[in-house]
Ligand binder design. Structure first.
Ligand code: SF4
Ligand code: SF4
Length: 330
């Protein structure tokens, strides 16, 4: 766990005014691993302050509230609902819509709600193929033997989609899971009554490279691509320069370049910068400029070197967290 983090960071004029009453908060988990629910602990002791200054009205991982309790609430009676996870099942979509109806503001919390996340990589295959691969040939979803239809598991949607495909999203706290500085930034604004105008992403507009402490050389060029388990990188030099695919040039900053600081390339969990747009296209362009050669003033890309061909799993590398979003936009 990170060291305790202050909840007082950048201040903004707020559509959620500061008031004496505690903001009513809901947290819900759709198709996710559960890491986002645990991530709140990343802020260390400050989580105690957060929990003492909000009223939790619905958070199945923490308090025993049922769907019927949520249904009984008046429309708009929850101030802020944080939803983490991809929308993968009919139940996920229903719950997202229910929370939208009961809440003034909806926050896509974490990479899955934001962009589809790792689970949306499953959309390389159709629903039927997934069932066949996981449960075997001939499997049909339905109630357990002897039970009625109500006991059936909720059906999968045709695709795993980000939250914004199902409901209007006001705020995003990105990351897989969101890192401590961004969780603090969000709660600092909420509890200070200084939330920015929606829509707003609680991360930097500038790329991660801007906050990374590793040295980038002007004449850098990639001569080979390597994977993290194949090298022990130099501790000072830019990882991309050392042939590791680091998504820093196209990813939003805000995490203090956590992964490169620990010797691991950024995998892009905060999502692409507004300038980068589609992270795959932007990263390929960045890579192409790094593998180029120059001869007598002319630039060329030596195909025989096969530098880019050595890239393993381009889709999983460039769209690890964002396939759900960009699959449809390509
Ligand atoms: S290591 Fe990654 S984040 Fe750091 S400067 Fe290089 S490309 Fe950017
Ligand atoms: S360095 Fe990249 S992958 Fe690591 S936390 Fe930051 S944005 Fe996410």
């Amino acid at each position: 766990m990170s060291s305790p983090t202050s909840l007082t960071e950048t201040r903004h004029s707020s559509p959620v005014p500061r008031r004496d009453a505690k903001p009513k908060l809901a947290v819900y988990w759709t198709g996710s691993c559960g890491g986002c629910d645990v991530s709140f602990l990343e802020v260390g002791e400050a989580i105690v302050e957060v929990l003492s200054r909000v009223e939790i009205v619905f958070w199945p991982a923490l308090v025993d509230a049922k769907r019927s309790d949520l249904e009984a609430l008046p429309p708009g009676s929850i101030d802020v609902a944080l939803i983490n996870g991809v929308i993968r099942t009919e139940e996920n979509a229903e719950m997202a819509k229910l929370l939208r109806a009961k809440s003034k503001y909806i926050v896509a919390y974490g990479a899955c709600a934001h962009l589809g996340g790792v689970p949306s990589l499953a959309d390389r295959w159709g629903k039927e193929e997934i069932f066949r691969e996981v449960f075997g040939k001939g499997f049909r979803p339905g109630p357990p033997p002897g039970a009625n239809g109500e006991a059936a598991l909720p059906d999968l949607l045709d695709a795993a989609v980000p939250l914004e495909d199902v409901v209007r999203v006001d705020y995003v706290v990105p990351g897989c899971p969101p890192p401590a500085p961004l969780i603090s930034r969000f709660f600092g604004a909420l509890l200070g009554g200084e939330m920015p105008e929606p829509p707003h992403v609680f991360a930097n507009v500038k790329a991660l490279c801007e906050e990374c402490q590793r040295v980038r050389h002007d004449d850098r060029r990639i001569e080979r691509i390597v994977r993290p388990h194949e090298v022990l990188p130099d501790p000072e030099t830019c990882l991309l320069e050392q042939g590791l695919i680091c998504m820093g040039p196209v990813t939003r900053g805000g995490c203090n370049a956590l992964c490169p600081a620990a010797g691991m390339p950024c995998t892009g969990c905060l999502g692409p910068t507004p300038e980068a747009g589609d992270p795959g296209t932007a990263m390929l362009s960045a890579l192409a400029s790094l593998v180029r050669f120059e001869d007598e003033g002319e630039e060329y890309f030596p195909k025989e070197d096969g530098v880019l061909e050595a890239l393993a799993d381009p889709l999983g590398t460039f769209y690890m967290y964002s396939f759900g979003r960009f699959r449809r936009k390509r």
